[in-house]
Design a protein around this ligand. Structure first.
Ligand SMILES: N[C@@H](CCC(=O)N[C@@H](CS)C(=O)NCC(=O)O)C(=O)O
Length: 208
């Protein structure tokens, strides 16, 4: 049985939980890690020396890094619809996954940590919050244009792992109290994602 370690308040943990559900894989979820159980304990650090969630424990070994875990789960389940085998089609999916983990995640940091997490290192730093919100909005407008173009999913017609990472990020943006431009294509996309049975448990409209 697969074990997925990490509290679901983390977007990176939710990526893995949603991807496992999409892949139809059975797993045990241990939500107490980074919540009531210490990720800096020797027991956890032996699994992930970074002291970060999510972690996947499988019969083949231990993995960390959420996008890597998602790709492994799709491969393990033989789901080339979630992650294509053909080199270019696969790169299209990975491009959006990498963009989410680097550009988008990097943009939202100060605004999200101040306005949602109320992190003392960020609360009150109005200049950094405004710059973060502006950059975040401009990247979400790029995504709006992409979804208007495909009319379906981020890598094209079909749902893929890229939609797991991007869908959760869209949810975060919509639930963070910043001024947002109108994004009709993104709102229609969110509705499409929310209709997926595997998304139900992990794309909670109230959780940023
Ligand atoms: N690049 C890593 C980032 C993992 C990460 O930053 N995890 C955060 C939660 S989102 C964490 O474990 N923070 C420590 C904590 O919550 O105590 C991934 O995608 O898995």
């Amino acid at each position: 049985m697969l074990r997925i370690l990490g509290r679901p308040i983390s977007i990176n943990v939710r990526k893995v939980l949603w991807a496992a559900a999409e892949a139809g894989l059975a797993f045990d979820h241990e939500p107490e890690w980074a919540a009531s159980r210490d990720v800096n304990s020797p027991e956890f650090l032996a699994l992930n020396p970074n002291g970060l969630v999510p972690v996947l424990v499988s019969d083949e070994g231990v993995l960390w890094e959420s996008n890597t875990i998602c790709r492994y789960l799709a491969g393990r389940a033989g789901r080339s619809d979630l992650l294509p085998a053909a080199a270019f089609a696969r790169a299209e999916v990975e491009k959006w996954m990498d963009w989410q983990a680097t550009e988008l995640n990097g943009a939202w940091g100060p605004a999200f940590l101040a306005l949602v997490r109320r992190h003392p290192d960020h609360v009150g730093d109005e200049g950094a919050i405004a710059r973060s919100a502006a950059r975040w909005n401009s990247l979400m407008l790029l995504l709006e244009r992409r979804l208007a173009e495909t009319g379906a999913h981020v890598a094209g017609e079909a749902f893929t792992l890229a939609d797991v990472a991007i869908g959760l990020s869209l949810q975060r943006w919509l639930r963070t109290p910043i001024a947002r431009p109108p994004t009709p294509a993104l709102l229609a996309y969110r509705t499409r994602l929310q209709e997926r049975p595997a998304a139900q448990a992990w794309i909670d409209p109230d959780v940023p």
